[in-house]
Design a binder for this molecule. Structure first.
Ligand code: SAM
Length: 287
């Protein structure tokens, strides 16, 4: 197996195929082999697992996933990588590469088609320019047991944030609604070629089999969350009144009182159970 993280191997390989990194495609390739090795181990992938990888690049993580998983399905946008991947991962018969934009895929249908009888997982060193849409698509597909990704460290911290902290956001709640996140390890910029300007981190999201909250209307729940964070450091009633014009300021204040919250409460201090309560009260009013 070619050690594609070895710069003495990678550089001639890329040069041989006239490959130049595309910033627009988020191409920062790993040059530290401990990183893909650890990601594959921490992702909990085994022979009973079918793994969807996004953006194999020249294949460092793909190789590790193929060594551990029952099947790997990798989606790559950049066709220039085809002859390189043939050399670096062509030997694995448990690998299928789909040459397309991952955001154009019906992820749930893909998983159903490719991973019958296997435990589905997703694993990737994500292209950072589309971290949120990809993560959203992976979680909303509701078909994975576990999603393990490398992202910008600040995004990883945001995903795992707790109520009241500066990093807590609507995206935190979105992710924690679907899954329980665990920060795994940091990856410094010098582990990539070219070096990104930011530190990266690997995070795993264990998808909830059951959600421990009663949520009557999922759309209203997420609207409530977005409205509550739209006006940070303002009273929650202002955010809710502007997010739900039908409620108005008086209705928003009544809903907050009905839920037993202080009238001056701020959205960014509430946890998912409180948002669920709020959203259910709003849903009941809007009926
Ligand atoms: N996995 C490799 C590694 O760790 O060295 C490459 C990771 S690089 C950060 C991101 C990869 O995602 C690139 O190979 C890039 O071409 C690919 N990519 C970018 N946008 C994509 C998209 N919309 N769909 C699928 N792959 C994409």
């Amino acid at each position: 197996m070619l050690n594609v993280c070895d710069i003495q191997v990678m550089k001639p390989l890329l040069a041989e195929h006239g490959f130049h990194f595309s910033k627009a495609k988020g191409q920062n390739f790993l040059i530290a082999s401990w990183v893909p090795e650890n990601i594959a181990i921490e992702s909990g992938v085994d022979e009973q697992t079918g793994v969807l990888e996004i953006g194999p690049g020249i294949g460092p993580l793909t190789q590790q996933l193929c060594l551990h998983a029952g099947k790997v399905c990798a989606v790559e946008l950049d066709h220039r990588l085809k002859p390189i991947l043939e050399k670096t991962v062509g030997e694995f018969d448990n690998l299928e590469i789909i040459w397309d934009d991952v955001l154009k895929q019906d992820v749930a249908a893909l998983v159903k088609e490719k991973f019958a009888g296997l435990r589905p997982a997703a694993c990737a060193n994500l292209p950072y320019y589309i971290t949120s849409p990809i993560l959203s698509a992976l979680l909303e597909a509701e078909c994975f047991d576990q999603v393990t990704v490398m992202v910008q460290k600040e995004v990883a911290v945001r995903i795992a944030a707790q109520p009241g902290s500066a990093d807590y956001s609507a995206f935190t709640i979105f992710c924690q609604y679907y899954a329980e996140p665990e920060l795994l390890f940091d990856v410094p910029a010098h582990c990539f070629l070219p070096q990104p300007k930011v530190t990266s981190a690997v995070i795993t999201l264990r998808v909830r089999k059951e959600r421990p909250w009663q949520i009557d209307d999922q759309d209203i729940f997420f609207r409530t969350v977005r409205a509550s964070f739209a006006m940070r450091r303002k009273k929650l009633s202002n955010g809710l009144a502007s997010g739900f014009s039908q409620l108005g300021k008086v209705g928003a204040a009544e809903v907050i009182a009905e839920c037993g919250f202080d009238e001056n409460v701020r959205g960014e201090t509430l946890g998912i159970p409180e948002f669920a309560k709020l959203a259910n009260a709003i849903a009941a009013r809007l009926k």
